[in-house]
Design a protein around this ligand. Structure first.
Ligand code: SF4
Length: 336
């Protein structure tokens, strides 16, 4: 199982392709406005909520914990204390920090070094060109970001690093430079192009819209072309890697069995695709994790997937999904 905790849904940047800015018009286009993320219910997780979710799940062996969902975790004013709390738990193999890396200090790095799990940083960069960076991110923070990356790399040489670039119109000519810089300066092999889907509906998760909101067909072609050019992989491999397959009659999404995702206010969603909390499974401040995990909301969602009848779950129907890793029988039995 994987746990994801969105310790905040707020961010210090204003990236043009992100849910954070899409209420003003996605990808700079006013006509592509979508609902404001979590409307007026936005904030930072409390220590108590954080402790409660970790304590309630301390008997579960997690493959990984993602310490981010929808916002920038490193702006949490109590982040250092959250890391101290996290240090007590030994049931998590790997901890993933996805960050725009504009805010980090030595105290935080020191606390991260004390964690007992394997550490994985995902740096959301999108460009190494200062002009393009500012255009995409809304702020002129690239020098600061590069400095922070070097600081983290020197203090945590054994961590896993992923440099993430969301391929879009603004940075499409910047790709080679991006890869060269990473390879030459950091000797990093693991590069993601986190632009993954072809889903078109207005209210879908922003990660899968980006250039798609601007011109879906153009985006599809560009993304495939760049992927093939940059990775040397085949079209079939692309489809597999990018989870092109959609939720269909034959699909059982593993998320309701595998990926509890906690919003800062304690609401548990079945997966990170449920950005607007359309499928609340319960709230960790009101009930135990075990009760929620085995509760009615989860039961209904799991049955819907097992029975291939998702009409009660429109979010799932329009999902481009996470059905890449098949469920095993034991995972189904474990929650029955
Ligand atoms: S189908 Fe999509 S939205 Fe539904 S549970 Fe799976 S990943 Fe989440």
């Amino acid at each position: 199982m994987n746990l994801q905790i969105g310790i905040t849904d707020l961010c210090n940047l204003e990236c043009i392709m992100c849910l954070q800015t899409a209420h003003n018009g996605l990808y700079g286009k006013k006509e592509n406005k979508i609902e404001r993320l979590h409307k007026d219910n936005r904030g930072f997780i409390s220590e108590n909520t954080f402790k409660k979710i970790l304590q309630d799940t301390s008997d579960i062996e997690f493959e990984l914990l993602k310490m981010q969902w929808l916002g920038e975790s490193f702006i949490h004013p109590g982040f250092k204390e959250l890391l101290r709390i996290l240090r007590k738990y030994e049931n998590i193999k790997r901890i993933v920090f996805t960050t725009n890396i504009s805010k980090i200090n030595d105290d935080i790095i020191t606390e991260i070094k004390k964690l007992r799990s394997k550490i994985h940083f995902i740096f959301s960069l999108d460009s190494f060109d200062p002009v393009v960076y500012k255009k995409i991110k809304g702020r002129d923070l690239l020098p600061n970001v590069l400095n922070n990356i070097n600081r983290v790399l020197s203090h945590l040489p054994d961590a896993i690093y992923t440099f993430q670039m969301i391929l879009m119109e603004e940075n499409k000519n910047d790709v080679d430079r991006f890869i060269k810089k990473i390879k030459n300066e950091h000797k990093i092999k693991n590069i993601f192009f986190n632009e993954s889907s072809i889903y078109k509906e207005e209210n879908s998760n922003i990660l899968i819209k980006r250039l798609g909101a601007f011109d879906q067909e153009k985006f599809d072609k560009l993304h495939l072309k760049e992927f093939l050019r940059l990775t040397g992989k085949t079209k079939e491999e692309y489809q597999k890697i990018m989870h092109i397959q959609k939720i269909s009659d034959k699909t059982i999404c593993p998320a309701p069995f595998r990926t509890p995702t906690v919003n800062w206010d304690g609401t548990i969603a079945p997966c990170c695709m449920d950005s607007f909390l359309e499928m609340p499974m319960g709230n960790i401040n009101k009930d135990s994790f075990s009760n929620i995990w085995r509760g009615e909301e989860y039961r209904k969602l799991r049955e819907a997937h097992l029975n291939h009848d998702l009409k009660a779950f429109p979010r799932c129907l329009r999902c481009s999904g996470l059905p890449d890793l098949a469920l095993n029988k034991q995972e189904i039995e474990d929650v029955r």
